[in-house]
Design a protein around this ligand. Structure first.
Ligand code: DO4
Ligand code: MG
Length: 295
């Protein structure tokens, strides 16, 4: 069972999307109202949704026909890094131009007890399905990072799973790891969606299949796939470091690191289109747009 948000005329509607593709309108205003109600009633969000489904009829539209919005307006998005071998190799390449001759920060963090966790985005910088992700004007090497996101509450409980794009500038990060915030945070540099898979409907979160496709002039120019089974760490381990001595908010999203990196010679360009598909969640589609330098 997945939860979506969409625009209908001038209203924002919360919906339940079944595995068969039927959509039911939910009475709650957002995902957090649904999960809070479940907590209050000492039940699950799934049970509340199933009750609505049993007493209503689906809308006639298909999900492709809806104007989808971010399924949750996450107050903050945090991200984990170097949680897959593929990511460690890519960071080592960009930091050394392929001439690796010593142990790097990335080697160390991959093996360290403490994971890399960084601040990625705010609600205003985060876009949803079909909205533009932006390019930086001062970088010549930019890529999407397809990642599984955990939707958590203030206590770090995983409420659901979402697809995310941790847009990244490889040349800025490669020049100096202290530039990480600039390599990761700018206007529209984070995308989440298209739906939240309820946590109670996921048997094994280490079995999500992640795919990424990048299109240029509608021709596929990059394709990659991986599985959360390749993750070096456990999700509760990542969450425990995020919440440690930290106040976080209900509906925070924690991206869990990238496992797919486009070929080293690839950089995103204005007009590209990125698709990030995660099994049992859906396809997050975003066009890519360059920005004009501010005068
Ligand atoms: O070390 C920098 C960031 C790594 C990252 O974003 C990732 O592995 O996904
Ligand atoms: Mg990342």
């Amino acid at each position: 069972m997945r939860i979506i948000r969409f625009k209908e005329e001038n209203n924002v509607v919360l919906g339940a999307l079944t595995d068969e593709g039927s959509i039911f309108v939910l009475p709650q205003k957002d995902f957090l109202e649904l999960t809070s109600l479940a907590e209050e009633k000492e039940t699950t969000a799934l049970q509340i949704v199933e009750e609505v489904i049993a007493n209503s009829v689906p809308i006639s539209a298909k999900v492709e026909e809806l104007q989808l919005l971010v399924p949750i307006e996450a107050p903050e998005v945090w991200a984990s890094g170097v949680t897959y071998l593929k990511s460690k190799e890519a960071r080592n390449y960009e930091a050394t131009e392929g001439k690796l001759d010593a142990t790097t920060f990335y080697d160390k963090v991959y093996d360290a007890e403490r994971p890399e966790i960084f601040f990625k985005s705010t609600a205003a910088r985060t876009v949803g399905p079909n909205q533009d992700v932006c390019l930086r004007t001062d970088s010549n090497w930019q890529i999407p990072e397809p990642e599984l996101g955990l939707v958590i509450n203030k206590d770090g409980k995983v409420l659901g799973y979402i697809a995310g794009n941790d847009m990244s500038s490889r040349d800025i990060e490669g020049e100096n790891p202290l530039y990480l915030p600039q390599a990761k945070v700018w206007k529209n540099s984070c995308s989440i969606g298209p739906a939240i898979r309820l946590a109670e409907t996921v048997e094994n979160p280490y079995e999500f299949e992640i795919k990424c496709r990048i299109y240029r002039n509608e021709e596929k120019v990059v394709e990659g796939s991986a599985s959360t089974g390749q993750l070096k760490r456990k999700f509760d381990e990542l969450v425990s470091y995020l919440v440690k001595d930290n106040d976080i908010f209900d509906g925070t999203v924690l991206l869990t690191g990238t496992c797919i990196v486009p070929p080293n010679e690839f950089t995103l360009a204005d007009g590209d289109r990125i698709e990030i598909e995660i099994s049992d969640i859906g396809v997050l589609n975003n066009p890519v747009k360059s920005q004009s330098p501010k005068t």
